[in-house]
Design a protein around this ligand. Structure first.
Ligand code: SAM
Length: 324
């Protein structure tokens, strides 16, 4: 439990700050702040941390980045965490562009769920946002479905004037594949130039527009897992859409159950708050479960009541360095 009575049972682990795409909302143009690779936690360190976290009640883990598929030892990380007693869910967040060749081996290693970022189907719009090509991501989605993961979801960050026209095609695509699509409000976790008011599209507006095309039927809370999305089924198309409104949903943080670990070993109790604790010395020098446990408990105790995104928040490092 944290200081506000929230049960912290979810840890998002970033395994690298590197990425092969250049999403405008995540990675500032010309970014040069890459962490030295030697600072990234190694498989045994991640395993120890996850094991101690399970002893404190953490049940769900998600591997993220940067782009986690850039880590060559990702299957080893997956299998080390998957086999720990107490792990009920192990997921991956990826841009999907390198998933086609490794989805099957990750599934065999024990990965259970996959979220693929897909902000547009139109190649020009996709390129404008990510710098890349959507076909590779679409191949990744197909490979994930063929590999038999327990759940595959699509994530789309809403940007007014950029991918608004992509929302409906993405809904239809997700409906065809039978996977949930989550529409995510843009959060201020990169340079402010990308995040001015004119780019911001609230989930309420996206919901209203979908409601003009189809009827939205609310699904029970936690229908699709452990995160903050509120899910609806579109009655006629059958598509399932989740809305994540970190900035506009009242009491968004009241049910927050997660903390983050950066690739360089900092525990971050809240994405939208600068507070971090350095866990790496406990894992690399002290190497004691007690020290790791103490740091995790301290981080839980320091988790703020809510994020600072509505208070002129300026990130001290971009999303790619924190872990999405
Ligand atoms: N590279 C992987 C991917 O593309 O999913 C994992 C890391 S990425 C940082 C994880 C998630 O964070 C993605 O769904 C991405 O869209 C989301 N994200 C990054 N920056 C964001 C922002 N400024 N606002 C909202 N979501 C953001």
């Amino acid at each position: 439990m944290d200081a506000f009575g929230r049960k912290i049972d979810y840890l998002r682990i970033s395994v690298t700050d590197r990425c092969n795409e250049r999403c405008v909302y995540c990675l500032p143009e010309g970014y040069r702040g890459w962490q030295p690779r030697a600072e990234h936690l190694e498989v045994a360190e991640l395993e120890q941390l996850a094991r101690v976290a399970t002893e404190l009640g953490v049940r769900k883990f998600r591997l993220t980045g940067g782009e986690p598929l850039l880590r060559r030892d990702l299957p080893e990380i997956v299998s080390a965490i998957a086999k720990l007693p107490g792990v009920e869910s192990l997921g991956l967040s990826t841009n999907g562009t390198r998933l086609a060749s490794c989805a099957g081996s990750l599934r065999l290693a024990g990965l259970r769920t996959v979220n693929v970022s897909l902000d547009a189907l139109n190649p020009a719009v996709y390129r404008r946002i990510t710098g890349g090509n959507p076909q590779a991501a679409l191949d990744g989605v197909r490979a994930a479905l063929a590999a038999g993961f327990e759940c595959v979801k699509l994530n789309c960050v809403l940007m007014r004037g950029v991918n608004e026209a992509e929302i409906w095609p993405l809904v239809l695509y997700a409906g065809e594949l039978g996977v949930p699509l989550r529409l995510i409000e843009l959060m201020p976790v990169t340079t402010s130039t990308v995040l001015d008011e004119s780019n911001f599209l609230p989930v309420s507006e996206a919901m209203q527009r979908l409601g003009e095309r189809d009827e939205l039927v609310a699904l029970p809370e936690r229908h699709f897992g452990w995160g903050p999305a509120r899910y609806y089924r579109l009655r006629h198309t059958g598509a399932v859409v989740g809305f994540i409104g970190a900035l506009t949903t009242p009491h968004f943080c009241d049910t927050c159950n997660k903390m983050r670990l950066t690739a360089d070993g900092k525990i971050r109790p809240c994405l939208g708050d600068h507070g971090e604790l350095d866990l790496r010395p406990s894992l690399r020098q002290v190497r004691s479960d007690d020290a790791v446990r103490e740091m995790l408990l301290l981080a839980m105790a320091r988790k703020p009541r809510e994020h600072q995104f509505r208070n002129q928040y300026q990130p001290c490092r971009p999303m790619t360095a924190i872990g999405g």
